[in-house]
Design a protein around this ligand. Structure first.
Ligand code: SF4
Ligand code: SF4
Length: 479
């Protein structure tokens, strides 16, 4: 490449976007979703839930120190992590389902990046004004008192939202009222402060400055979602067969018999409200987050010029051909109820029902048994044979419970607990208790004991008779 013809730069600086205020059905829907999702996020750690005197009373709590996840009446122990895995699978399948039916509806309405960016734009609009005022301020090169005041007010508001976001996050990991006092008095753990700081900074930067850049360049979802969409997926599109040729004829042109124009008057309202700064009239684009704000903007214009709404609309590719041929589009349910969405719904329900079933049949007491195999058995001085097991007893109740242990197998076998002459132990509330257990077979039976005899270790909660068991083996000499 010669100096006179330099290689084009692969870098393009970000063009700031100043979305205009818009009102309409989809904008209202987005406000409701924003209020609900932010409300859930900020308020959930403050909901109390009585679980008894020795358990935390926070409804949703990720107690990392004690390795528990509390979700209202559900308590997940580390060995039950499959519940969390199941919920993640359900979330994934739900995303597939919505994407195959309604395109990037998650991105446009409920993704945290969208919700917080929307909130930041709202604050920006309150402080600096709508699109034109913000554009003027942006183009004003001189930093006068007014510009400095507006910028400072906006950044302070953004910072406070970021701080509340980071603060709410750490409240999910400890008792929220206690942690709030600790944070304010400077007594909280450094991890809490650093987590808050990181989340404050990322919220401030992602919502305030990076905005659509995250959706376009950083997020992998736009690339993956195409695999879940087909010609029946409803996405936001422009009816070019109705809108083109775009433009507006003035009286003179009309009188001169100029060729009539389509419904699009090229007012740019759809472009000016778009949070990612694209023109939907250019066709489907990877950048489009399907927020439908351009639908609201265009419907408003169509109403003003007395044309039917829906020049920009939710539509499927399969309807395009029909509409071009003058046929009506398919019924909306034909787009939503199709094999792909039915399959995703069935899988989603299957996993959900499985989790519900597992939740309702799980016991409040539990045990795991780990045989000690070094040595596999010991012959005692009286000729009897003894095997050792490490039994982990789990008491999921909010108070301490007496647990009795017994063995079923060879009737001659008996059980002994290390450290006590009784066959029961007190297991603390909401705890796992490690108990060393011996199973002994007397001399008379030891001679004929097989190399490996199946045995079942039972645990019984003596306060309510609830029982659980685990199968293991008893090792003998063999014949
Ligand atoms: S808002 Fe509607 S009329 Fe205006 S430019 Fe967009 S498509 Fe055309
Ligand atoms: S083109 Fe329309 S639907 Fe797509 S991001 Fe822009 S405003 Fe939202």
């Amino acid at each position: 490449m010669s100096d006179s013809n330099p290689a084009p730069s692969l870098y393009a600086a970000r063009e700031p976007i100043f979305p205009r205020r818009v009102s309409g059905v989809f904008r209202n829907l987005k406000w409701y979703i924003m209020a609900i999702t932010l409300g859930i996020y900020y308020l959930t750690p403050w909901i109390r839930w009585d679980r008894g005197p020795s358990l935390p009373d926070q409804a949703v709590l990720l107690d990392l120190a004690n390795r528990r996840f509390y979700f209202f009446w559900i308590e997940i122990w580390p060995h039950e992590f499959y519940f969390v895995a199941g919920l993640l699978i359900m979330a994934g399948l739900g995303l597939f389902l919505f994407t195959s039916a309604l395109g990037r509806v998650w991105c446009g309405y409920a993704c945290p990046q969208t919700v917080w960016t929307d909130l930041y734009i709202l604050v920006e609009r309150w402080i600096e004004g709508d699109r034109n005022a913000r554009l003027r301020l942006h183009r004003q090169k001189k930093m006068d008192f007014r510009k400095a005041r507006l910028r400072l007010t906006k950044w302070t508001a953004w910072f406070l939202i970021g701080l509340a976001t980071g603060g709410a996050w750490v409240f999910y990991f400890a008792d929220a009222p206690t942690l709030l006092v600790d944070l304010v008095t400077g007594q909280a753990h450094p991890v809490a402060y650093s987590t808050m700081l990181i989340l404050t900074a990322t919220t401030f930067f992602f919502g305030g400055f990076a905005r659509e850049q995250i959706c376009i360049y950083a997020c992998p979802w736009p690339r993956i979602q195409a695999a879940m969409m087909d010609e029946d997926t409803l996405v936001v599109g422009y009816r070019d067969w109705r809108g083109e040729p775009r433009g507006k004829l003035n009286k003179k042109q009309q009188e001169a018999g100029a060729e009539p124009k389509g419904d699009c008057i090229d007012c740019m309202a759809c472009v000016n409200v778009c949070p990612v700064g694209i023109d939907i009239r250019d066709g489907q684009q990877l950048e489009c987050i399907t927020c439908a704000l351009c639908i609201d903007a265009c419907d408003d214009i169509m109403e003003k010029i007395g044309k039917p709404r829906g020049l920009i609309d939710y539509m499927a590719l399969s309807d395009e051909t029909r509409e071009r041929a003058g046929e009506p589009p398919k019924n909306i349910w034909k787009h939503i109820l199709r094999p792909r969405t039915i399959l995703y719904t069935s899988l989603w329900s299957f996993v959900g029902l499985g989790l519900l079933f597992a939740l309702f049949i799980r016991a409040d007491i539990d045990l795991t048994v780990a045989p000690v195999r070094n040595p596999t058995f010991v012959t005692l001085s009286d000729g009897s044979i003894r095997n050792t097991y490490e039994v982990r007893l789990r008491n999921k109740h909010g108070e301490a419970r007496p647990f009795k242990l017994s063995v079923k197998g060879d009737p001659a076998m008996r059980i002994q607990l290390e450290g006590t002459s009784y066959d029961s132990v007190e297991v603390p509330a909401d705890a796992a208790y490690l108990q060393k257990v011996y199973i002994v077979t007397p001399k008379a039976a030891a001679a004929s004991a097989a190399e490996a005899t199946p045995v079942r270790i039972w645990v019984e909660d003596l306060s309510n008779g609830e029982r659980a068991y685990k199968d293991t083996t008893f090792n003998g000499r063999g014949n």
